[in-house]
Design a protein around this ligand. Structure first.
Ligand SMILES: Nc1ncnc2c1ncn2[C@@H]1O[C@H](COP(=O)(O)OP(=O)(O)OP(=O)(O)O)[C@@H](O)[C@H]1O
Ligand SMILES: [Mg+2]
Length: 296
């Protein structure tokens, strides 16, 4: 097990530090993205890291990028530290938690696909009978499978919460041709990942992708199909009408809600059992999907 809260790479220029990832310039049109063990909940980074989380995010994403490369090209140049520029090779702790990628021109939209009625989609449906402003059949239960997977884009807010937008708003934002392409690719990725996960006993309820352009080509970027960007349920424990336990940060969120924290920074430290339980959930998600333990 390893822990890394924040990276230092002597001689490399930091491009940006996100909530979870530290991103470095890597020469030319390349970046090195390092997934730390930071965990953000309610948009606040917690003071307590989750051991192995960054390695799970990186290696699970890489697994999916490779698997889904036939649907859309992705940003990965190399996952092997020995193929990174020299300044990165020196920092051994980066192995397994960093990737060398193409620096893409990001499309500032979260491309969400949903196959089940959960989270903000369930809230909207209960109130209005719609999801992303589109009408759904009456009488669906919480967590129930939708008649068809749907595309529910959101803006990437610079600060604070991302905001759901309609497909019409997306078309106004990026043009109708690109909007259609984002929807088509997002749903194709979701369907393929959902089918694969189901074969491994997991239900992929919903997930979020980010895209950019590299040499004019639409490219999948950021992370893909991790517990941070997706809602996975254990198929064996799934029942419509309930909230199935998930492999995402729900466990931590439940603790934070119970703690009475007002959701303003700073967030409270996590107790050891919550940290351990969270590491275990991330590792379990990796194992279920990839079919083997996260490499040491
Ligand atoms: N290939 C790429 N080219 C350009 N930007 C990328 C690429 N891959 C990921 N990014 C961006 O790098 C950042 C990764 O950091 P992280 O996900 O921790 O940020 P964040 O705090 O979630 O912020 P954001 O709201 O921008 O996602 C994100 O802003 C992501 O959009
Ligand atoms: Mg992000």
């Amino acid at each position: 097990m390893t822990v890394m809260t924040q990276t230092e790479v002597p001689g490399a220029r930091l491009w940006r530090r996100g909530k979870v990832r530290d991103v470095y310039e890597a020469g030319g049109d390349r970046l090195v993205i390092v997934a730390s063990d930071r965990l953000s909940a309610f948009d606040v980074v917690l003071p307590t890291p989750i051991p192995d989380k960054g390695r799970v995010l990186t290696q699970l994403s890489s697994f999916w990028f490779e698997r889904l490369a036939g649907i859309v090209p992705n940003h990965i140049v190399s996952t092997k530290l020995r193929e990174f520029p020299p300044v990165f090779r020196e920092v051994r702790e980066l192995a397994g938690r960093a990737v060398l990628v193409k620096h893409c021109e990001r499309i500032d939209v979260e491309c969400v696909a949903r196959g089940y009625l959960a989270g903000s989609a369930w809230s909207e449906y209960q109130k209005l009978g719609t999801v992303a402003e589109e009408r759904l059949p009456r009488g669906l239960l919480q967590s129930e499978a939708l008649p068809e997977p749907i595309f529910t884009p959101a803006t990437k807010a610079v600060t604070g919460h991302d905001e759901n937008i309609s497909r019409a708003q997306l078309a106004a934002l990026v043009g109708s041709e690109l909007a259609r392409e984002l929807e088509r690719v997002t749903l194709a990725l979701y369907r393929a990942a959902h089918a694969y996960a189901l074969g491994r006993g997991l239900i992929l309820a919903d997930t979020k992708f980010e895209f950019g352009f590299s040499d004019g080509r639409l490219t999948l970027i950021d992370e893909a199909l991790t517990p941070d960007s997706s809602r996975y349920w254990d198929a064996a424990r799934y029942r419509a009408g309930t909230t199935p336990p998930s492999f995402d940060k729900q466990y931590v969120r439940d603790f934070l809600v119970k703690s009475g924290w007002n959701r303003e920074p700073p967030a409270p430290e996590l107790p050891a059992d919550v940290v351990e339980g969270t590491t275990q959930r991330y590792r379990e998600c990796y194992k279920r999907i990839v079919g083997e333990e996260l490499p040491a």
